[in-house]
Design a protein around this ligand. Structure first.
Ligand SMILES: Cc1cc2nc3c(=O)[nH]c(=O)nc-3n(C[C@H](O)[C@H](O)[C@H](O)COP(=O)(O)OP(=O)(O)OC[C@H]3O[C@@H](n4cnc5c(N)ncnc54)[C@H](O)[C@@H]3O)c2cc1C
Length: 277
């Protein structure tokens, strides 16, 4: 059985960025992903840019899945976006709560991702394949693991088809989460989100914010390389390739790569794993 994989991009801010992204997208698409996804700024902050990126990528034969968040948005505006995607032939979505930019307040009419999933199902039945987020190391704002797990299961009960995880480097956390989800009687695919390592300080900052643990041995080694970007990239590629190999050996259904709009890190890992078709 061939291993499925997907790529995630974010909508660029400039025209030059948009052109560069389409080139990266084209090259990554040639590896044979199942689909590509495009992130969305909570509260509608990237509404147009996400839409334009999705429409531009739709020209390729690989399906595009827009992310859509509900926090700070009204049902009416979500319906408008969903209507546009439907007309553009989009059949796949990543449904999220999102994080409001600092300073912005108000949860909106649909405060949690489970509410958004239920809303999409009520409005459009089974027209969209819906992916939701999962947090093997617990969502940073969650009270505890058990609560977070219950809220995750609520998204599945509301109609999610599959889940993509926050990135992790602690494989045990992923398997523990999957085991608990299975014990709760839920059998949906829980696709590991894979973040290549290309930089030290950004990775540390981002991981701190989203609750992903960088194991001590890895942190120490990355820190020791300081500004030596080549060594960081080389170590990162080895470590992330090995993480993916172990996940695949243990039977994960698919891998979702956070590309950060860069070509090489994800392309190298996909090629190291021999996943290209
Ligand atoms: C694969 C992936 C893609 C992402 N893409 C984007 C993106 O495009 N744009 C973006 O802005 N962000 C994105 N994020 C980040 C995400 O939006 C944040 O992590 C956000 O804080 C939570 O979103 P969620 O959909 O997981 O929320 P939810 O599942 O709603 O959970 C959010 C928090 O609320 C708690 N909770 C859930 N339901 C309830 C309830 N009924 N009562 C009380 N507490 C509850 C949960 O335990 C959790 O702590 C992505 C994350 C992942 C893993």
């Amino acid at each position: 059985m061939t291993t499925r994989f997907s790529f995630e991009f974010f909508p660029p801010k400039t025209e030059a960025g948009a052109e560069r992204l389409l080139q990266v997208h084209q090259q990554l698409v040639s590896l044979g992903p199942e689909y590509c996804s495009v992130t969305y700024g909570a509260g509608g902050s990237t509404r147009e840019r996400t839409l334009n990126t999705v429409l531009a990528m739709s020209a390729s034969s690989v399906p595009v899945a827009p992310h859509l968040s509900c926090i700070g948005d009204s049902r009416e505006s979500l319906k408008q976006i969903l209507g546009t995607y439907r007309q553009a032939g989009v059949h796949r979505l990543v449904a999220l709560r999102g994080d409001l930019p600092s300073g912005q307040v108000g949860l909106g009419e649909l405060p949690y991702a489970a509410d958004l999933v239920a809303f999409i199902r009520e409005s459009y039945g089974q027209e969209f394949h819906i992916e939701v987020a999962a947090y093997p190391e617990t969502h940073p704002q969650a009270e505890n693991f058990e609560q977070d797990l219950r809220y995750f299961l609520a998204k599945v009960n509301a109609g999610a088809d599959a889940a993509i995880t926050q990135y992790f480097y602690n494989i045990d956390a992923y398997w523990h989460f999957c085991e608990r989800v299975r014990q709760a009687g839920c059998s949906i695919d829980i696709v590991p989100g894979i973040m290549p390592i290309t930089q030290y300080s950004n990775l540390m900052r981002f991981s701190e914010a989203c609750g992903a643990e960088i194991p001590r041995w890895l942190r120490k080694q990355l820190a020791a390389y300081a500004d030596d970007q080549d060594s960081i990239r080389q170590l990162g590629e080895e470590v992330v390739t090995r993480l993916c190999q172990r996940l695949l050996e243990q039977g994960v259904p698919s891998l979702h790569f956070y590309t950060m709009n860069q070509l090489e890190p994800c392309r190298n890992i996909v090629m190291n794993l021999g996943l290209q078709t």
